[in-house]
Design a protein around this ligand. Sequence first.
Ligand SMILES: CC(C)(COP(=O)(O)OP(=O)(O)OC[C@H]1O[C@@H](n2cnc3c(N)ncnc32)[C@H](O)[C@@H]1OP(=O)(O)O)[C@@H](O)C(=O)NCCC(=O)NCCS
Length: 232
Amino acid sequence: MLEVWCSPIMKSWTEEQRNALLQPSEMRSGEDMVSPERCYEYWTVRALARRLLTAKFGIPPGLVSFTHDRRGRPLIFVNHYRFSVHVSFSHSEDIVMVAACADESVGVDVERITRYPEKVANRMFSTAELRRLNRFDGVERDIEFFRVWTLKEAISKAWGLGMAMHFPQITVSRDALGWSTGCSWWTVSNGSLIASVAKVSAIQHQPKPTWYSLATVTAHMLHSETWRRMTS
Ligand SMILES: CC(C)(COP(=O)(O)OP(=O)(O)OC[C@H]1O[C@@H](n2cnc3c(N)ncnc32)[C@H](O)[C@@H]1OP(=O)(O)O)[C@@H](O)C(=O)NCCC(=O)NCCS
């Protein structure tokens, strides 16, 4: 089972919403963050993850808490015991994304497609990836950059390495099965957002993930739908 849920960042929270969707320690950690924006993405991603775990694994939301390992990979505790489901978080400007996988380590990354940052490509892409990127022009090049970038980020999270991964040494292949570097992976885009999810696996043919909505809905619909789902 591999589920990916996304939500716009909730930028106003009533006390009732905070009490329903967050743990007291998360409220305090969010309030200590460097900016309100960082606080709201921190809160939204954890509220969304808690809802996913309730909907798919039947865990009462009040029993779920999140921590992370020494490199930053998120870990789930249920009633103070480590829970075996793997999760991954991503935030980008106004959207958060959560992936959950019952059996293997997972990583997710979402980005808004903008003009591609040439310096990041030069620093983080392998020679083969740069050569391929430079075959594209304009918007096509921007999309190719973010496709490869979100995949590399998703793989780094699935491996639990984050920035400790040596990005230029990894080449993400373009094969149709979406399998390379020991991971199965998938990418979706709605034209302005692009997201990739990667799952560590020795098996090439994996069931597809269930994406919750990114490809088809507008931000407004996403918000009301997600809110309905989060509060139901
Ligand atoms: C930290 C990193 C894993 C992802 O950072 P990012 O893409 O900026 O941010 P995202 O919002 O997608 O991901 C952040 C989440 O990654 C997760 N994460 C951090 N370290 C992790 C690790 N070692 N393993 C798995 N997940 C990790 C955390 O859950 C974090 O969310 P949280 O702070 O709410 O707990 C890392 O790869 C990084 O800093 N990348 C560089 C970013 C960069 O150069 N950006 C320019 C590109 S245009």
